[in-house]
Write a protein that binds this ligand. Structure first.
Ligand SMILES: Nc1ncnc2c1ncn2[C@@H]1O[C@H](COP(=O)(O)OP(=O)(O)O)[C@@H](O)[C@H]1O
Ligand SMILES: [Mg+2]
Length: 221
């Protein structure tokens, strides 16, 4: 479903050139839960951001469902990102001034869905992460694990086929981390959502279908 061919990313500043990714070839079948591991700075986030069209490769091609997405216009990119992808980050990225349900509803504002329907979909997403009773709390009133569950609800509210998660358990203790992993695993099993997760934690990686290791921008396993 996701096909990466010869993906290379070089960052250039005035003084230094960094090859963040070096000729990555990767195929991720539909419904796979893939984890990516490797030392800090090896290119994990760069790879995830390129798959999620948050960053452009210097070279190479990505196809999703047979369509080449690396040559999309910015409008097509935004639409693809909004409809197909859900993102989860290590530091949650919730909006502090919005309550829980309004945070979860955000991705739906870019689609033509009535306000009533949006609220209903957000409530369902919150229910599926076990936070139906926290709708009107603000992020500052939640634990780290709860914040990450809100972020997951926001990622899945639009029913994306692909979830990209960059160290989703990195800021959580092991109990909360396990809760988040259980939710991701359930999404993967129940809805066949394809998940690509960057992690530092071998224990979390073991709970996924497949592990890819990066070292200095190169795939080593
Ligand atoms: N915007 C950027 N400009 C310049 N260099 C960058 C940028 N983003 C990442 N890098 C460099 O690319 C390499 C890979 O970074 P990253 O993908 O964030 O690694 P990881 O997520 O594995 O820790 C690092 O050497 C980093 O310093
Ligand atoms: Mg990173």
């Amino acid at each position: 479903m996701i096909h990466l061919q010869n993906i290379t990313k070089v960052y250039r500043t005035k003084t230094i050139e960094t090859t963040a990714l070096n000729n990555i070839d990767l195929d991720v079948p539909k419904g796979q839960f893939l984890s990516i591991m490797g030392p800090s700075g090896c290119g994990k986030s760069t790879l995830l951001n390129i798959i999620g069209l948050l960053d452009e490769p210097s070279n190479g091609m990505i196809k999703v469902d047979g369509k080449q997405i690396t040559n999309y216009t910015s409008r097509a990119t935004a639409k693809f990102r909004n409809e197909k992808l859900g993102f989860i980050f290590q530091s949650f990225h919730l909006i502090p001034d919005l309550n829980v349900i309004d945070n979860v509803e955000l991705p739906l504002l870019y689609r033509s869905i009535s306000s009533k329907k949006r609220k209903q979909m957000a409530a369902e997403a919150l229910e599926s992460v076990g936070l139906a009773n926290r709708k009107h709390h603000f992020p500052s009133q939640l634990s780290g694990g709860q914040k990450q569950r809100v972020a997951i609800a926001r990622a899945i509210v639009g029913k994306p086929e692909i979830i990209l998660a960059d160290e989703p358990t990195g800021n959580l203790d092991s109990v909360m981390g396990d809760e988040v992993m259980e939710i991701l695993n359930k999404l993967n099993k129940d809805f066949g959502t394809t998940i690509i997760m960057v992690t530092h934690d071998e224990r979390m990686a073991k709970k996924t279908d497949r592990l890819v290791r990066l070292y200095d921008g190169t795939q080593v396993a």
